[in-house]
Design a protein around this ligand. Structure first.
Ligand code: C2E
Ligand code: CA
Ligand code: CA
Ligand code: CA
Length: 278
């Protein structure tokens, strides 16, 4: 198994015959990490396009690898799901995000809303909404400082159960965003029934905005749809000023992507934030 540098973290590029070994190596690492603080959250800012202010950050999970390398979520989330570890892992993420929110406040930063990603299996686990609320409450947080991000496929699979879970979450004050919108198979009539606060335009469209007219058309349609449903709209995967400008023109109000900032460690985010606001 060898590692390849992808900028913010390393990724396994196993040959086919090493793949089973790599999977069990990651599974073992995940189990150890759950006991010995082997995970870390990085934070990517989301800005309000009009004011330029930081509206929130998205927490993105990394697993500590050998030496100082970090392993990205695409490499281990599926393994955590298959190994039955996703519930525990998801709770670690929620607890850590709440802890970081409080730590930033103590450092004198204004309250920073944090979004956490929730995997389909985790979302469907019985008691998910209650456990999340309990974590937020135990940390003494205003629930509206926390947001969950779920994908279309997570909620569209079993729409009635999903609506029930989402209602519970929003009733407690926690916000909900629909992630990667435009790539799944949501029926538009279902979308209007979902209790949501935000829609995130999938980055596959945003990243192709400059090169491809159909991505422009799809992005424009998603933004119009979101606005018609009174949702906030986040453009993600913004890598250029052109993409940011196009999204702004179309009425997208929130922006996230490498053009604004890559995901940063908590300390690097603090520095970035202080520089930006002074
Ligand atoms: P996502 O929720 O769609 O997160 C956005 C991904 O796009 C992140 O990758 C982020 O680093 C990357 N990204 C952000 N801006 C840009 C950009 O301008 N250009 C490009 N090329 N990429 C950009 P990351 O951190 O590798 O996360 C991948 C996926 O892993 C996430 O996709 C999310 O589905 C999942 N994930 C991350 N953290 C967690 C977690 O705590 N729990 C669960 N269940 N899933 C997580
Ligand atoms: Ca997300
Ligand atoms: Ca996304
Ligand atoms: Ca994704």
């Amino acid at each position: 198994v060898k590692y390849e540098n992808r900028g913010t973290y390393f990724t396994y590029t196993a040959q086919l015959d090493d793949r089973a070994d790599a999977t069990s190596a990651i599974e073992a690492r995940l189990k150890r990490a759950l006991q010995h603080e082997g995970f870390v959250l990085h934070y990517q800012p989301v800005i309000d396009i009009t004011s330029g202010r930081v509206a929130s950050v998205e927490a993105l999970l990394r697993l500590a690898g050998d030496r100082d390398q970090l392993i990205g979520p695409d490499q281990f989330i599926p393994i955590a799901e298959a190994a039955g570890l996703i519930g525990q892992l998801g709770e670690w993420v929620a607890v850590e995000a709440c802890r970081q929110h409080n730590a930033w406040r103590k450092e004198g930063l204004p309250p920073i809303n944090i979004a956490i990603n929730v995997s389909p299996l985790q979302f469907r686990q019985r008691g998910f909404a209650q456990r999340l609320q309990a974590i937020v409450q135990a940390a003494g947080l205003d629930p509206s400082c926390i947001q969950i991000e779920v994908t279309e496929s997570t909620v569209m699979g079993n729409i009635d159960d999903a609506i029930h879970t989402l209602k519970g979450i929003r009733f407690s004050g926690i916000k909900v965003a629909l992630d990667d919108f435009g790539t799944g198979y949501s029926s538009l009539s279902h979308l209007s029934n979902l209790p949501l606060d935000k829609l995130k335009v999938d980055q596959s469209f945003v990243r192709r905005l400059e090169h491809d007219n159909s991505s422009k058309a799809i992005t424009m349609a998603i933004i119009a749809l979101g606005r018609a449903l009174n949702l906030e709209i986040v453009g993600e995967g913004i890598e250029s000023e052109e993409a940011l400008m196009y999204l702004a023109e179309q009425g997208c109000n929130l922006a996230q992507g490498y053009f604004i900032s890559r995901p940063l460690s908590a300390t690097d985010f603090t520095d970035w934030y202080r520089k930006r606001t002074t």
